[in-house]
Design a binder for this molecule. Structure first.
Ligand SMILES: C[S@@+](CC[C@H](N)C(=O)[O-])C[C@H]1O[C@@H](n2cnc3c(N)ncnc32)[C@H](O)[C@@H]1O
Length: 450
């Protein structure tokens, strides 16, 4: 047997709360939010309840306090009192909730995610409240904050839409077209006026849907390290233009019906030339599609994101950039090797070990600084040269190095070595890309996994 889910309209209705502690206070607050008139029975009151406008009618519970109430909540730490409240309420056919005592409840209070006027309630029939709370946390993260504003907007236009479309199926099609459009994005920016204009235009029969382009940082691979904005963009995209560095776990979060365009981009493997990638972005967004250019890590850290922004601007296409966790930050967190640390490193350098053909190599000797952490991207093939140069610049051969391959992914590997042995380590362990080299005294804080 399962509980019957239901929302109660308690506005202006009497509700009895028995208990005066912090748990009772949370119930009182929720009831006030719902517009209920709270009648309270408790021996002692916590400061918050004492300062709130409750009607404190008695110190001891007696069945007469249930007269005229629609709902009773027992939130005392006295089991006998809780039982008495439940028994009396049941005898009068009044819904009763006893906090943390499922067996005494005829009504249970779900975990909720609120985006007023939208409320999502989660219940496990009282069997796994911790799981219900965990689900609530997930939804809190995934349901955009602007959901409430969107629902309110739809509510304001409900009558107008109903008079414009007589048939239910036409109305439904209209609302679906609205939800598929850019209204959410406009509300996310706080632009209610633009959202209303969009709705009015749709109502007038104009197809105003315009494409957008977002450069989105996919982080190092672990999907839990995506930002909420990145997740929302990925799930809204019609087209995803992605690099090989973007993990499968992240790709799996996209809509199944999106178009996926792989542009490769991994050293040594076939990849689409940069101008061609830019042309794809301009073409797809220009055709009115919602395009996510998904890049490993952060789009602006060795990601050529700047070039793509310039290309979009030149084509008159609006572009947003959603940051991602760059490999240095991710590998540092995963391995608990801080990038800066009092006494060990007061600066850090993110540098690429892979220069463009004909491009300028980093000035490694100048980067051989004490009290500094070097995070070297794409440094595998040049590791021998880099180590030699850093030592020629003054770093000791014993300078600690941590190599992190596939940081944050299930196949992650780490190798603790030093500058003098870096090239040998890379070769012997056959370290593969993507890998980050972390060099400096902060690496002494690294602890091998037990
Ligand atoms: C073209 S760069 C892109 C960097 C990316 N935009 C970022 O912010 O992390 C690719 C290099 O980033 C580093 N990298 C990216 N993801 C990594 C990961 N999960 N673990 C270790 N290194 C990573 C590697 O050095 C790799 O060769």
């Amino acid at each position: 047997m399962h509980d019957f889910p239901l929302f109660l309209d308690l506005h202006g209705k009497d509700v009895l709360v028995v208990g005066g502690g912090t748990v009772a206070w949370r119930k009182v607050q929720a009831l006030h939010k719902a517009g209920a008139k709270v009648r309270l029975v408790a021996k002692t009151l916590c400061a918050e309840i004492a300062a709130s406008p409750v009607d404190h009618v008695a110190e001891q519970f007696e069945p007469k306090w249930l007269d005229g109430v629609w709902l009773a909540i027992a939130a005392t730490d006295d089991e006998l009192v809780n039982e008495a409240v439940a028994e009396a309420a049941n005898a009068r056919q009044i819904w009763v909730n006893v906090v943390d005592q499922r067996a005494l409840c005829s009504a249970i209070v779900p975990a909720v995610v609120e985006r007023k006027p939208v409320t999502i309630a989660i219940s496990s029939d009282g069997q796994a409240p911790v799981l219900a709370r965990r689900l609530r946390e997930k939804l809190e993260a995934e349901v955009p904050q602007w959901t409430g504003a969107l629902a309110a907007l739809m509510g304001r236009f409900r009558d107008k839409v109903a008079s414009r479309f007589a048939a239910f199926s036409d109305r439904r099609r209209f609302w679906e077209a609205l939800l598929d459009g850019d209204t959410g994005q406009q509300l996310a920016k706080g632009d209610t006026q633009a959202a209303e204009a969009e709705l009015e235009a749709l109502l007038a029969g104009e197809n105003r849907r315009s494409g957008w382009l977002k450069l989105v940082g996919a982080g190092p691979g672990d999907p839990d390290l995506l930002t909420l904005k990145a997740l929302q963009a990925i799930q809204a995209a019609d087209v995803i233009v992605y690099d090989r560095l973007v993990s499968d776990a992240v790709m799996n979060l996209a809509r199944r019906d999106a178009d996926f365009i792989s542009v490769g981009k991994e050293k040594g493997l076939h990849s689409v030339p940069q101008p061609e990638i830019e042309a794809i972005l301009v073409r797809e967004a220009g055709a009115g599609k919602r395009v996510v250019r998904l890049k490993g890590g952060d789009p602006f850290v060795f990601g050529r994101g700047g070039e793509e922004v310039l290309a979009a601007r030149a084509a008159g296409i609006e572009v947003d950039v959603v940051p991602g966790i760059t490999a240095a930050a991710a590998c540092s967190a995963r391995t608990q090797v801080p990038l800066t640390h009092r006494g060990l490193a007061n600066q850090m350098t993110l540098v690429t070990g892979h220069c463009q053909p004909g491009g300028e190599d980093a000035n490694w000797r100048a980067l051989a600084q004490p009290k500094s952490t070097l995070a070297i991207y794409m440094g595998l093939t040049q590791s021998s040269h880099i180590a030699d140069e850093l030592m020629a610049g003054g770093l000791a051969a014993s300078t600690p190095v941590l190599v992190v391959e596939n940081g944050t992914r299930p196949e992650e590997r780490r190798f603790r070595t030093d500058l003098g042995h870096l090239a040998d380590t890379v070769e012997q362990a056959q370290v593969k890309s993507p890998a980050l080299l972390m060099i400096g005294d902060t690496v002494t804080l690294y602890q091998e996994a037990k």
